[in-house]
Design a protein around this ligand. Structure first.
Ligand SMILES: Nc1ncnc2c1ncn2[C@@H]1O[C@H](COP(=O)(O)OP(=O)(O)OP(=O)(O)O)[C@@H](O)[C@H]1O
Ligand SMILES: [Mg+2]
Length: 238
């Protein structure tokens, strides 16, 4: 009987990411400095004042690495704020003050991702392109009120929720009262074949997340997302 190289087989199973229900592919052979320059160029096409500086460099650099599925990617521990290894099978949560550039980060990086055709596989499906749909949290709530359902947001493979925490917490549709974002994040947090990207003024681990969405959501967010903070003042006022 052939012997099994258990260590090798386990490594293969891990790389194939079968338990994650999601497979990501490395996109090697890139120079991070060139990529940062490209991202800055994309940002400047939209606003000539766009810069990657000390306040946002960590986020942009590691967002690029996340997209390229580079194992040297780093993130921040939301509790200790120390730098920790990033996880390609988690989404991204960017916190920061108003106007610090969080929403733009998600939009500029989507334009960047669009240039590269990064591949991703969801469960047993064939490879698809890594791409995300952007929706504001209050827009998701309005849609629930309009349609009495959040199924469309449950199904999106990679959903980017902008301005999480700024939406009305309770919504009523056809007599059905719901904390829409709590329900949506609880659902997505239990799935392993989708990713969630979030921007918020509320730092991860802040008591407000527990108060507004309960500890089940707060703990799922930690499992679902790599954490980044963009520092600095309101760039709208600069
Ligand atoms: N990297 C950047 N360099 C210079 N200006 C930027 C940068 N990113 C964003 N901006 C400018 O700052 C403004 C605010 O950015 P953005 O909407 O991303 O902020 P935000 O952090 O999402 O704010 P809020 O918390 O209010 O949603 C943008 O309109 C844009 O003009
Ligand atoms: Mg925003």
């Amino acid at each position: 009987m052939a012997t099994i190289d258990i260590a090798k087989a386990l490594e293969l199973a891990k790389r194939r990411g079968l338990f994650q229900g999601l497979t990501r592919y490395k996109c090697e052979g890139y120079a991070i400095e060139d990529c940062l320059q490209l991202v800055e160029g994309i940002g400047k096409q939209r606003n000539p004042h766009f810069v990657i500086d000390d306040e946002n460099r960590f986020t942009y650099e590691n967002f690029i690495k996340w997209l390229h599925c580079d194992s040297s990617m780093k993130a921040i521990d939301p509790n200790t704020k120390k730098v920790i290894p990033g996880d390609m099978y988690k989404g991204i949560y960017i916190a920061g003050n108003t106007g610090s550039g969080k929403s733009w980060a998600m939009e500029v990086m989507l334009a960047y991702a669009d240039l590269f055709h990064f591949r991703v596989k969801y469960g047993g499906e064939t490879d698809g392109r890594l791409w995300w749909r952007i929706a504001r949290a209050d827009e998701i709530v309005s849609r629930f009120i309009e349609t009495t359902s959040i199924d469309e947001y449950k199904k999106i493979k990679i959903l980017c929720i902008q301005d999480f925490g700024a939406e009305p917490l309770e919504a009523v549709a056809m007599g059905n009262r719901m904390n829409v974002l709590r329900t949506l994040l609880e659902y997505r947090g239990d799935r392993s074949d989708c990713l969630t990207l979030i921007t918020s003024n509320i730092p991860m681990c802040h008591q407000m997340l527990v108060t507004n969405y309960d500890d089940r959501v707060a703990s799922r967010l930690m499992e679902m997302c790599n954490y980044f903070e963009i520092k600095g003042k309101d760039r709208r006022k600069l």
